[in-house]
Design a protein around this ligand. Structure first.
Ligand code: SF4
Length: 224
C-alpha cells in the first residue's frame, strides 16, 4: 500500500463519515441490560429488538436473578418478535449464569475494561468479537470500529481490506485510517452509507460521493 493509496482511502472514509453522520448514543440501562439487548438485536432490526426487550422486561425482568428464575420457554416467548429465539434465549441464560457464577454481581461488568470484557464474554457461545466491540462502543464509550456486515463489505469495496482479512485485521486496518475519537461515528456513518448508497446487491455508484476514487465503481453498473 502506497502513501497516496492510503491517503485516498483516508479521504474516502472521511467523506463518508461527514456525509452520512450519525451521533453515537450511549445506551441507557445497566450494562447487563445492554448485553442482553445486543444479543436480542443480532440479525434483526431495532423495532423488533425493542419489542422483544419490552416483553422480556415486563414479563421476566432483565437482571441475572430474574433471567435464571424464569423458564427457558418463557424467555423464548418474550424473544419471538426478534426472531432466532431458540438461539438467543440459551445465550442470554448462559450470560446470566456466568455473571452469577464468575462475577457474583452484574454491577462488576460496569468496572471491566475492554480486555476483561472480551475475556469474559468470549467464553459464552455465540458472543463473538463484534458483540464485544458493539458493547464497548455503545455502553462503555470506547473509541473502536465494530465490524458488521456493512463495514466489512464497504471496506473491501473501497480497497482497504480483502477477502483474506479476518475480523481483527479489518478493524485494525480501518482504525489506522480513522482519526482517534471518531471511530464510532465512522462505524455508524458506514452503516448508513451501506443502507442508502453502497447497498449489498445494488450499489448506487452513480450517486456515490466517493465514486471518483473507489476501485470497485463500475463493477456494479455498466460504464458508458
Ligand atoms: S462507487 Fe459504488 S462500490 Fe464504490 S463505494 Fe460507491 S457505491 Fe460502493
Amino acid at each position: 500500500m502506497t502513501v497516496v493509496e492510503s491517503e485516498i482511502q483516508r479521504s474516502m472514509l472521511e467523506t463518508i463519515t461527514k456525509k452520512f453522520y450519525a451521533k453515537r448514543e450511549i445506551r441507557p440501562g445497566t450494562q447487563f441490560e445492554n448485553l442482553v439487548s445486543i444479543i436480542i438485536s443480532q440479525n434483526t432490526n431495532d423495532k423488533n429488538t425493542f419489542k422483544a426487550i419490552a416483553l422480556l422486561r415486563k414479563r421476566v425482568g432483565i437482571d441475572p436473578d430474574s433471567i435464571l428464575s424464569a423458564s427457558k420457554e418463557e424467555i423464548i416467548d418474550c424473544l419471538r418478535p426478534a426472531g432466532l429465539y431458540n438461539v438467543k434465549a440459551p445465550r442470554i441464560i448462559e450470560l446470566a449464569k456466568r455473571v452469577k457464577e464468575e462475577l457474583g454481581d452484574s454491577q462488576k461488568i460496569e468496572k471491566m475494561n475492554q480486555e476483561e470484557v472480551s475475556k469474559f464474554l468470549s467464553k459464552i457461545r455465540g458472543i463473538g468479537p463484534k458483540t464485544v466491540d458493539v458493547f464497548m462502543a455503545f455502553s462503555k464509550g470506547a473509541d473502536i470500529v465494530p465490524v458488521d456486515t456493512h463495514v466489512s463489505r464497504i471496506s473491501k469495496r473501497l480497497g482497504i481490506t480483502d477477502n483474506r482479512d479476518d475480523y481483527f485485521k479489518i478493524r485494525s486496518k480501518l482504525e489506522r485510517l480513522l482519526p482517534a475519537g471518531r471511530r464510532v461515528e465512522a462505524h455508524l456513518a458506514i452503516i448508513n452509507f451501506g443502507r442508502k448508497v453502497c447497498i449489498a446487491r445494488s450499489p448506487k455508484c452513480p450517486i456515490c460521493p466517493v465514486e471518483r476514487y473507489c476501485p470497485s465503481k463500475g463493477l456494479f453498473y455498466p460504464l458508458k
